[in-house]
Design a protein around this ligand. Structure first.
Ligand SMILES: Nc1ncnc2c1ncn2[C@@H]1O[C@H](COP(=O)(O)OP(=O)(O)OP(=O)(O)O)[C@@H](O)[C@H]1O
Length: 282
């Protein structure tokens, strides 16, 4: 499958502080790729390099096959959407008028405005001035602007950090529909639940290095402790091994019709991150 992003040996030094040490990964076309790590691990620095806002100290970063630093020159603006903490919106203009400006800039019909406002649950705020929006509303309108022009590749830096669970769910639905349309999404987050919901593959970044990279399912299986929990009719729970000893215990419970439910003890992505890095995510 075609790689939309190819990063190899990426390093970034700020003065004498190393933000990225040696980062390599690829993002495939149509994939939602999660870049996960605690505060200060280098997530935003990576997005800034990939979107030509920063130059790397070492290594290569290719986006659509060209060096990220050349993206502005190469006329790739329309193919890329970026959500960062810098909203780039005009405070005195309304939500609608801000989006109208971006429609005109990107040759997008104005009918797209209602579509994106619906995706971020902001239709009712259409006539409000940007200066009157809450932090969460501002984050949603900034996100709507990032995918207004239906970019092929969307960079999202902590897209739901200021949102409540209801609005996060709206965003997840919106991102799923973008994914169905074939959009490639590069997402940074320290929210493991969000990563489980949205990402096809995740990379765990810690201190400027990728420590693990795989699908959430493969990581959970790899770090599973090979036990099963059996819930019994008397309300108790038994943890049994998946091997022959466990089979015998299970046989006995089943013979006596005691089993209510059985589930595997897979760790969450958060558990795995703590195990691998010895650090908590937030
Ligand atoms: N412009 C800068 N000048 C100096 N140091 C910087 C600069 N930008 C980032 N850093 C440092 O680089 C490291 C990585 O920062 P980065 O913002 O990429 O982390 P992050 O994973 O995005 O964190 P967060 O989740 O808090 O946004 C940090 O130690 C940070 O202090």
């Amino acid at each position: 499958m075609e790689n939309i992003i190819e990063v190899s040996g990426l390093a970034k030094l700020f003065a004498n502080q190393s933000a990225l040490k040696d980062v390599s990964f690829q993002v495939k076309k149509g994939e939602t790729f999660g870049f996960l790590g605690p505060s200060g691990s280098g997530k935003t620095t990576t997005i800034k390099i990939l979107t030509a806002q920063l130059a790397q100290t070492d290594g290569t970063a290719l986006v659509f096959g060209v060096p990220a630093s050349k993206l502005k020159e190469a006329g790739y603006r329309k193919k890329i959407g970026v959500l960062t903490d810098n909203s780039g919106l005009y405070a005195r203009l309304t939500v609608h008028d801000n989006l109208k400006l971006y429609c005109d800039l990107y040759d997008v019909p104005h009918t797209r405005i209602d579509e994106v406002l619906d995706m971020v649950n902001l239709k009712d705020a259409k006539k409000k001035a940007i200066s009157k929006l809450s932090k969460g509303m501002l984050q949603r309108i900034t996100l709507a602007r990032a995918f207004l022009h239906k970019p092929e590749l969307l960079f999202l830096d902590e897209p739901t950090s200021a949102l409540d669970p209801v609005n996060s769910k709206h965003i997840y639905k919106g991102l799923e529909s973008l994914k169905e349309q074939g959009t490639t999404i590069f997402l940074t987050t320290h929210d493991m639940n969000e990563a489980e919901i949205l990402c096809d593959r995740v990379a765990f970044l810690n201190d400027g290095v990728i420590q693990l990279l795989d699908t959430p399912k493969a990581l959970r299986q790899k770090f599973a402790d090979h036990t099963l929990t059996v819930e019994l009719a008397d309300g108790s729970k038994e943890i049994i091994d998946r091997g022959p000893e466990g089979a015998e215990a299970m046989y006995n419970y089943m013979k006596e019709s005691k089993v209510v439910s059985i589930y595997s003890n897979e760790p969450t992505l958060g558990d795995i991150f703590v195990e691998v890095t010895g650090r908590k995510l937030s």
